[in-house]
Design a protein around this ligand. Structure first.
Ligand code: ADP
Length: 507
C-alpha cells in the first residue's frame, strides 16, 4: 500500500517493556511495533527504547552496534550502562543494557531480579541517555506501569536539567497492574518517594482498603503525562466507571482518550506470511483450506483422508484460541469450550502459556485427557510460528474474555479469515458485531455473547456452527468480508499523530 507521507514531521520515541517480535509477551509488543512502523511510513522519525533482555535473540536485531556507555543512577550509586542501536523489522531500536543483574533470565518477565526496580532504572536510564546525547524528541511515548515513572522523572528532574522539548504520552494497555511500590522503593530512582505519596501525585487512592503507603507508577504516569490513551473507546468508558483509578482518570478526563489498536499488516498478512504452507487473500480463500489441512495433519487431527473415523468435509469447523492463560481471558469458558466444541462435532486448538502452576496443571490434565483424540489439541507454549499457522487454519477464533482492553486475537483472526466468536466487552465490543443483530446487519462480522456463563458461550458457538454447516455460501462470504475489514495501523495511527501534535511544543 502506498502510504501518504505527513507534511508536519515529528520525532517520536517509545519507551516500552515489550516489542514484537524480539520481546513480545502479549499485545503490548504488537502495538508498539505496529504503531512505530505506521508512524515511520508516514515519514516521522521513530525510535523504540527497550531493555536489552538477556532472552533477546541478537540475530533478530539487524546492524546491532554499541553506541554509548554511560552511567545511570540506581539506589545510591551510578550503574555503568550500554546503549546499543539496531533495527528490528525495519524499526530503529535502542537497547539499554545495565551492567548489573537487571533483565537477566530466560523470559521477558519473571526473572530473579526485582522487576519494579529494574523498570524504574530503565525509565531513568532512557532519560539519562537523552540527556547525555542531547536527544530531544517531540514526544516520549510510554506504555503501562513499567514506564509510568518516566513522566515524573522527566518533569521533576530532567526537565530542570537539559531536556526541555519532549512532551509525554502514556498508553494504558491493561489496568490490571498498577506498578505498586513503597516510598522507599520508589526513592531508588532518585526522586524522593515521600513527595509523591499524596493522592494528587502517585499514591493509591482507592477508598476501600486505602493504603497511603503504596505508590502506583501507573497513577503517577497518568498524573504527569500530557495525554493518556487507552486502547478502545469501550475500555475507556469501563475504566472511568470502575476500578480504583477511575477517580484519577475522571479528574484527568480532559486529557484521557480511547484510540483503538490496529494490527501490523506487514507482520500479519496471509498473502505473504512466511510461516504459512499456502498463501491466500480475500479474493482467493481456497488456499486457506490447504492451511487447515496442513495444521490438521501436523497436529494429528481428523481431516479428509485421515484414518481415524469418518470426517465430513465442510461439517467440522476448526476453532482456535490463542492467548495468555490468565483469568482475564475467561479460563472457565476456554475449558468449557474445549468440552463443548468436541461435543458438537468441531475441532479446537488452544495455544496458550501460563506462569501460574495451578492453571498449568489444570490445562495439562485437559491435554492428557484430549490430546490423543482426533478433535482437540491443547498446546501449552508460546510459539509465534504456530500462532500464524493456527490463525490461517482456523474457521473461528474464540475470544471469551472477562474483560479485554482491545484484544488483537480477534483482529488478527479476521485478517486470516477466521470468524470471531467473542464476549461483548471492551475492545471486543468495538470490533466484533453479531451476524444476527438486526439493528445493524451491515456491520455483522462474527458471533457475540454477553454472559460469563457456559450457556451464553454455547449459544454463540451453536449459531456459528449452524452458519458454517448449513449456509456454506454465506459462510464464505463472511470469511471474505472479515478478511477485507481494514484494522491496520494505517487507519488508526493518524489518531495518535493528531494527539502527538496537540501536545507537542512548536519551535
Ligand atoms: P494480551 O495483550 O492481553 O495478551 P491481545 O489479544 O491484545 O492480548 O494480544 C495477544 C497477542 O499475543 C496476539 O498477537 C496473540 O496472537 C499473541 N499470543 C498470545 N498467546 C500466545 C502464544 N501462546 N503463542 C503465540 N502467540 C501468542
Amino acid at each position: 500500500v502506498d502510504i501518504k507521507k505527513d507534511s508536519d514531521l515529528m520525532q517520536i520515541v517509545h519507551v516500552t517493556a515489550e516489542m514484537a517480535p524480539i520481546a513480545k509477551v502479549g499485545g503490548l509488543g504488537d502495538v508498539v511495533s505496529g504503531l512505530a512502523r505506521a508512524c515511520l511510513s508516514r515519514g516521522h522519525k521513530v525510535d523504540v527504547f527497550l531493555p536489552f533482555y538477556e532472552c533477546i535473540n541478537k540475530q533478530h536485531v539487524k546492524d546491532l552496534a554499541l553506541v554509548n556507555t554511560y552511567d545511570s543512577y540506581h539506589d545510591g550509586s551510578w550503574v555503568s550502562t550500554n546503549a546499543y542501536r539496531g533495527v528490528v523489522s525495519g524499526i530503529p531500536v535502542i537497547l539499554v543494557e545495565p551492567s548489573n543483574h537487571f533483565f537477566k533470565g530466560q523470559y521477558v518477565y519473571g526473572g530473579s531480579y526485582n522487576e519494579l526496580e529494574a523498570y524504574l532504572f530503565f525509565s531513568r536510564a532512557c532519560l539519562e541517555w537523552m540527556q547525555v546525547t542531547g536527544t530531544q524528541p517531540d514526544i516520549i511515548h510510554v506504555h503501562e506501569w513499567q514506564t509510568g515513572a518516566l513522566p515524573l522523572l522527566y518533569w521533576d528532574m530532567y526537565h530542570h536539567l537539559s531536556l526541555k522539548k519532549p512532551r509525554l504520552v502514556l498508553t494504558i494497555h491493561n489496568m490490571e497492574h498498577y506498578g505498586e511500590c513503597s516510598k522507599e522503593q520508589f526513592s531508588k530512582c532518585g526522586l524522593d518517594g515521600s513527595i509523591y505519596a499524596t493522592e494528587e501525585k502517585a499514591v493509591d487512592d482507592r477508598t476501600i482498603g486505602h493504603n497511603p503507603e503504596r505508590i502506583s507508577l501507573l497513577k503517577g504516569g497518568i498524573v504527569y503525562s500530557n495525554a493518556v490513551v487507552t486502547v478502545s473507546p469501550t475500555y475507556l468508558k469501563e475504566t472511568l466507571c470502575s476500578g480504583w483509578l477511575a477517580g484519577t482518570l475522571i479528574r484527568h478526563r480532559e486529557k484521557y482518550c480511547g484510540i483503538l489498536n490496529g494490527i501490523d499488516t506487514g507482520m500479519w498478512n496471509p498473502a505473504t506470511d512466511i510461516f504459512l504452507p499456502a498463501k491466500f487473500d480475500a479474493h482467493n480463500i481456497e488456499e486457506k483450506k490447504t492451511c487447515k489441512h496442513f495444521v490438521q495433519r501436523v497436529l494429528g487431527l481428523a481431516s479428509e483422508g485421515h484414518p481415524m473415523g469418518s470426517y465430513a468435509p465442510n461439517k467440522v469447523p476448526l476453532v482456535v484460541c490463542i492467548t495468555r492463560l490468565v483469568p482475564q481471558k475467561g479460563l472457565h469458558l476456554i475449558t468449557h469450550a474445549i468440552k463443548y466444541v468436541k461435543e458438537i462435532g468441531g475441532q479446537m486448538v488452544v495455544l496458550g502459556r501460563t506462569s501460574d502452576s495451578r492453571v498449568e496443571r489444570e490445562f495439562e490434565a485437559l491435554a492428557d485427557l484430549h490430546n490423543n483424540g482426533s478433535s482437540i489439541r491443547i498446546l501449552l507454549m508460546y510459539s509465534e510460528e504456530l500462532s500464524h499457522m493456527l490463525y490461517a487454519a482456523a474457521d473461528m477464533v474464540l475470544v471469551p474474555s472477562i474483560y479485554e482492553p482491545c484484544g488483537l486475537a480477534q483482529l488478527i483472526g479476521m485478517r486470516y479469515g477466521a470468524v470471531p466468536v467473542v464476549r461483548k466487552t471492551g475492545g471486543l465490543a468495538d470490533t466484533v458485531f453479531d451476524m444476527e443483530d438486526q439493528s445493524q446487519p451491515e456491520m455483522g462480522n462474527g458471533f457475540v455473547f454477553e454472559g460469563i456463563d457456559e450457556a451464553s458461550l454455547n449459544w454463540a458457538l451453536d449459531r456459528a456452527f449452524c452458519y458454517y454447516r448449513e449456509k456454506p455460501n454465506e459462510w464464505s462470504a463472511i470469511v471474505q468480508k472479515v478478511m477485507g475489514i481494514d484494522t491496520s495501523w494505517n487507519n488508526t495511527a493518524g489518531k495518535y499523530i493528531d494527539l502527538y501534535k496537540s501536545v507537542r511544543v512548536r519551535e
